[in-house]
Ligand binder design. Structure first.
Ligand code: CMC
Length: 431
């Protein structure tokens, strides 16, 4: 498809169906991604597109995150991830994602104050923790608690100030809910957030401090968590973000939309992969460290086994988040003096898979979740909490997309069509 000069007629894509030709408008994004607008396809031709998994379908125009999967590029609001992760606190990057620009000093201080002020869970809601099943997965608790926030904080959906207040509650409270669910699971008292701690330090303190003694958050842990949260912050139209947009398109409230995203994230092909990676590494370790056997299993079409933490729908070269995380992981393990046998297995697995024709052909590389689990483990975070950490990081992304979806004049309730393949008409005759 040749690119046209400004003076020429608007570019179109030609579709020939049943011998008739149709013009479909074409538009180009700021990074030259080409979109074919099929919005009137069914009206014009009576046909619809078929694209399971939306491999080729753009559901919206977005100005939040840019990914080039072939070149391994990830940018938030235009800023390369390498310029943000490790260079600023998570709360500053979250502000960038949600409000579209980096905060000045005053905006940052106000934002940080607001996040701490709104990080306290409603005292009546705290009782909810007593009523979950003792074995409840923390992702289940997180989704339910966020969903129930809508009954504690009903808001006027037409008032931007109300929406903004609830955004601060969501970002502020998600880490408190997460830490409280952990404390509940180990039977320890809740630790409340403090105004003099960063976002990441507050979370770590709520997880690991006890009322019995002072707890100083190790800087190496605070810095590593900041990087992890920033790397997880957004990834354009992934499964959970698309879920948030889809639920929000019905004009469901922000809490209902985001709790749906949390549930979508939980699946092991998405955010649940970090926990699955660790389970896999532990299984290989228990199996005498025979990682080659698992590489063979992953290649065997008869087996359902996949190498968890490998492959990505968009990245077909390398996952830039994985590259950044690997260097943070090495630093943390050295500084904390940790030697993790599971990391040795991970490194061996990575080396074998990267040289194997099966993985090369299919462009399967380690993704962010291949390393994040080992890093969480080094920080002392139990594996059931890994996906919860992903959700804390992803919260600003979900919010930014929910806001963008609401402000977009093209937004309609999301309602895909289908190609019906069931029986044609059948009659029921009562006996
Ligand atoms: N191990 C072995 N084979 C794999 C793997 C894997 N991890 N991933 C993909 N393949 C094979 C797959 O069998 C298929 O082979 P063939 O063409 O012979 O049928 C081919 O590669 C393409 O796979 P696909 O399932 O069609 O690709 P997809 O884009 O639909 O799936 C994915 C992407 C991430 C779900 C998949 O690679 C996978 O299941 N990976 C493991 C789970 C994982 O690590 N998920 C975390 C993703 S990163 C965090 C996030 O953003 O959610």
């Amino acid at each position: 498809m040749a690119r046209k000069k400004k003076t020429e007629k608007p570019e179109v894509a030609k579709l020939i169906l049943h011998g008739k030709e149709y013009d479909l408008p074409v538009f180009t994004g700021t990074e030259n991604e080409i979109g074919i607008d099929i919005g009137r396809l069914r009206d014009m031709t009576g046909a619809i597109t078929y694209d399971p998994g939306y491999m080729n379908t753009g559901s919206c125009k977005s100005a939040i995150t840019y990914i080039d999967g072939d070149k391994g590029i990830l940018r938030y609001r235009g800023y390369p991830i390498e310029d943000l992760a490790g260079k600023m606190r998570f709360s500053a990057a979250a502000y960038l994602l949600i409000y579209g620009h980096l905060p000045n000093e005053e905006e940052f201080l106000e934002w940080r104050r607001a996040l701490t002020r709104h990080s306290f869970i409603h005292e009546s809601q705290i009782n909810f923790f007593d009523h979950f099943h003792p074995m409840a997965h923390p992702m289940n608790i997180l989704g339910s608690m966020v969903s129930s926030m809508s009954s504690f904080y009903p808001y006027d959906a037409e008032d931007p100030n109300h929406i903004d207040l609830n955004i601060k509650r969501l970002v502020g409270q998600v880490k408190t809910i997460a830490a409280f669910s952990y404390k509940k699971s180990i039977g320890e008292p809740f630790i409340y957030p403090r105004t003099d701690h960063s976002y990441a330090a507050n979370f770590l303190r709520m997880m690991f401090a006890t009322p019995a003694e002072e707890y100083e958050v190790p800087k190496v842990m605070e810095d590593a968590l900041d990087v992890l949260l920033i790397l997880h912050m957004d990834h354009e139209q992934n499964c959970s973000t698309s879920t948030v947009r889809m639920v929000g398109s019905s004009q469901a409230n922000i809490y209902a939309s985001i709790s749906s995203g949390i549930n979508a994230l939980w699946g092991k092909l998405h955010g649940g992969a970090n926990e699955a990676v660790l389970n896999m590494l532990a299984q290989i370790h228990a199996d005498g460290g025979n990682y080659k056997k698992y590489v063979e299993m992953a290649k065997d079409k008869k087996s359902k086994f996949r190498l968890m933490g490998f492959g990505h729908r968009v990245y077909k070269n390398f996952d830039p988040r994985a590259t950044l995380l690997r260097s943070v992981l090495d630093r943390v393990l050295t500084e904390m003096g940790i030697h993790d046998p599971l990391l040795d297995i991970a490194k061996n697995l990575e080396q074998v898979a990267l040289k194997d024709e099966f993985f090369i052909e299919r462009k399967l590389y380690p993704n962010i979740d291949f390393y994040s689990g080992i890093l969480y483990r080094a920080l002392g975070i139990p594996k059931e909490m890994f996906t919860v950490l992903f959700a804390i990081g992803r919260m600003p992304g979900w919010i930014a997309h929910w806001l963008e979806m609401r402000a977009d004049p093209d937004t309609k309730i999301q309602r895909p069509r289908q190609i019906y393949i069931g029986p044609t008409i059948r009659r029921y005759s009562p006996a």
